[in-house]
Design a protein around this ligand. Structure first.
Ligand SMILES: Nc1nc2c(ncn2[C@@H]2O[C@H](COP(=O)(O)OP(=O)(O)OP(=O)(O)O)[C@@H](O)[C@H]2O)c(=O)[nH]1
Ligand SMILES: [Mg+2]
Length: 355
């Protein structure tokens, strides 16, 4: 059916559209043959909030999709200053030394605390960023809650089509962006500071639920002992927790030390290889894809509601009824749903959404 639709679109194409289709093909080819400039432009396009950029971005993505899926997608999260960028630089350099191509995407690096430090130390950054096998890209979070998820996911796909073997996604460990990133990667590592207060906080925030690895960083110099102590704490917390399968990697690490970082990577890569053997890897990607599509559908439904003046007006009327004690919030909610669902069906027939 999709094929028929495409053929139909092609046969209807005017000269201008035909030229633009050629332009997108050339663009996709340039990305696939390794142009970092064209790759960066493509990510800018998918990140664009302008409505007129949505369709071109999807057109380009469609051309790239057949070449996606080949990378290992790794999320690196943790509080500001824990050493995410340092870890990524050290790991990135090691991976490149092994002949891999590494892309780094940073979600919401514009946090007021860090002032947007996608990369930690300037000298290491120069080394890593200069390599032809590295691609580094900070991404502003944008305003819409769903924005981070969609744009970062699409950026991952574009990097994959450009032949990057490993895509590292750095996200500051606070709130929704972290959850979203954990749902778009094959492996989600959380870096922790070596002190007990921090470890308890982590447990409270549910990090154990989403982390595939907890790496207690800065386990060097005077902080080594504290780090090892924290590792023990996490391990016992994990043993007590019944909420998820075991298999989470809990260990110490020093992002400044390439030998430790390499050994973290080896553990992580072994875990991924294990999951590939028994379909857990594929199943997770399949679930993530379904989750992604569902949340895009939900976002666009919410958007319709927010843009629909009649719905907003009706909501106000219902609120007034609840305010004056004439009905309960639940009844008001159900009445709203009933009216909106029938209204939406009509509206959708009249005014089909572009995507
Ligand atoms: N001793 C020690 N210092 C570290 C380690 N990792 C990072 N640092 C230092 O900690 C500071 C913060 O490191 P970053 O890598 O910028 O931290 P980040 O988590 O990326 O921070 P934000 O991007 O601001 O969220 C820097 O001064 C690093 O040199 C480590 O393993 N040991
Ligand atoms: Mg950073």
């Amino acid at each position: 059916m999709a094929k028929e639709r495409k053929q139909h679109i092609r046969s209807d194409m005017g000269r201008e559209e035909f030229q633009s289709a050629g332009m997108f093909r050339a663009w996709a080819d340039a990305i696939r043959s390794g142009s970092r400039r064209e790759l960066a432009r493509a990510i800018t396009l998918v990140e664009s909030a302008r409505p007129e950029d949505v369709e071109p971005a999807q057109q380009l993505l469609e051309l790239l999709l057949p070449y996606t899926g080949g990378a290992q997608r790794i999320g690196i999260s943790g509080v500001p200053g824990v050493g995410k960028s340092t870890f990524i630089e050290t790991l990135g350099k090691e991976l490149i030394a092994d002949g891999r191509k590494v892309a780094v995407l940073a979600v919401d690096p514009s946090s007021p605390l860090s002032g947007g430090s996608i990369l930690g130390d300037k000298t290491r950054m120069v080394d890593f960023a200069r390599s032809d096998a590295a691609f580094i890209r900070p991404s502003p979070a944008g305003k819409t809650p769903g924005g981070v998820a969609r744009k970062t996911r699409e950026a991952i796909l574009i990097c994959e089509s450009a032949g990057y073997d490993i895509v590292l996604v750095e996200t500051v460990g606070v709130g929704q962006a972290e959850w979203q990133v954990s749902r778009m990667v094959d492996f989600f590592a959380v870096l922790m500071l070596p002190n007990a207060g921090d470890s308890l906080q982590g447990i409270k925030r549910g990090i154990l639920e989403m982390a595939d690895a907890i790496l207690v960083n800065k386990a060097d110099g005077g902080m080594r002992e504290a780090a090892l102590h924290a590792v023990n704490e996490y391990q016992s917390a994990m043993e007590l927790s019944e909420s998820r399968e075991s298999g989470i990697i809990i260990r110490s690490c020093s992002a400044l030390d390439c030998i430790t970082v390499r050994s973290c990577w080896q553990e992580l890569a072994a875990a991924l290889a294990d999951r590939k053997k028994d379909n857990r890897f594929d199943n997770r990607r399949r679930d993530q894809l379904r989750h992604w599509i569902r949340s895009l559908a939900e976002d666009s439904l919410m958007q319709i509601l927010q843009d629909d003046r009649n719905s907003q007006k009706f909501l106000e009327e219902l609120a007034a009824e609840v305010d004056s004690g004439n009905t309960t919030p639940l009844r008001a909610g159900l009445a709203f749903r009933k009216k909106v669902v029938s209204g939406l069906v009509d509206q959708d027939e009249r005014n089909r959404m572009p995507i």
